[in-house]
Design a protein around this ligand. Sequence first.
Ligand code: ADP
Ligand code: ZN
Length: 433
Amino acid sequence: MPFWDKEMETLPRAELEEMQVKRLKATIARSQRSVFYRTRLKEIDESRFNKPEDVALLPFTTKTDLRNNYDFGLVTVPKNEIIRMHASSGTTGKATVIFHTRKDIETWAELVARCIVMTGAGKGDVFQNIISYGLFTGGLGLHYGAEKVGMLTIPSGVGNTKRQIQLMKDFKTTVFHATPSYILYVSEVMVEEGYDPNGFDLRIGFVGAEPHSEKTRQRIEDTFDIDAYNSYGMSELNGPGVAFECEEKNGMHLWEDRYLLEVVDPRTGEELAPGEEGELVVTTLDREAMPIIRYRTGDLARIVDEGERCACGRTHVRISRIKGRTDDMLIVKGVNLYPSQIEDVLMSFPEVAATYQIVLKRESSLDTLTVRVELNPKLFDGDLRKLKKLEYEITKNIQDEIEVRPTVEFHEPGSLPRSEGKAVRVIDLRGEL
Ligand code: ADP
Ligand code: ZN
């Protein structure tokens, strides 16, 4: 099994934890050079940090802290040491900006290189980076790692779908990176254009940047006849390269020599027992320009740990698929639910195409939930009785999953809006009525 940095990726836990403590102390010291942490961490006594869990002695950093300290408030180096700026996509409000020194860019590329090689991709592959470049970190993040491992890298960016397909065909792309929603859209256009999506040279896909279910992964794998690996990251923690699946596809390894992970109860901020689902809180362990301490990612997941090392040999902790953001949670008729739960049900029906929408309304003070789906033209022949039966089954399965009875609406194939970046799944009209 291939490794990029075998020694570090398989470092015994005791050594890894020792390294974390050392780097945590250095991070605390460095962070105090920034305007924000100088006040925030004034009274901190570094000698109290003897094990990784001691990080809990420190206060959290939130997205609001980053926004309030826009633009250079968390920076710890002179401005002329900064060589790159990125920003979050701004999915949940005003974007946050992140700065990197040359060393930061280098270590980030190293982490991405580990991720790429961990999936079996590498030198000799033709890599099409079908994701937005620019301020968004997905483009340049994967790009630098891909060049580092020596893949032929095509910075095709997102959009212009027919051209993407042409590039794939002409240059025999073997590996791609895309959001799950966009790559499934690419497969639809392939079919429209008369291609068979599994007739290309593709063998591996990196999919991430938005929540998606195991069923969606399977659909991507079947559609293109590839192995698809989940990629997790966010601009505040560099971008892609934070956690990635290995060939076992059983959780994403989070690189603990660079990140210190905690899982907390999103309401109380209390540490949860191992394996419990909660909000990921992450501390960067060696970032120069902009260290971040106990960052409340807002993302919900759990630690996948059977108490033993992963079969791939890596010692770094594994996290589950991300269920969504704490603020993706919908409260419908008093019931808490996540769009990913609905997606999981939908994707278990092969007759249903990959694009869907969840519409929430309030009618005479009652919440209604409508799920708009498209039928897969290849698998549905227009028989009305079958359509009724399908509607009944989807409705029932969603109700079993989320305890709210939805209305299922069928839409013409290709009629629901597609997105090139992160898909917008939920339309909540309850405030407007
Ligand atoms: P924004 O927070 O504005 O969307 P980013 O572009 O930095 O900015 O996106 C990071 C966020 O995207 C993460 O916090 C997470 O919510 C989501 N995300 C990234 N990768 C994944 C993934 N593999 N699965 C689910 N969600 C993901
Ligand atoms: Zn592994």
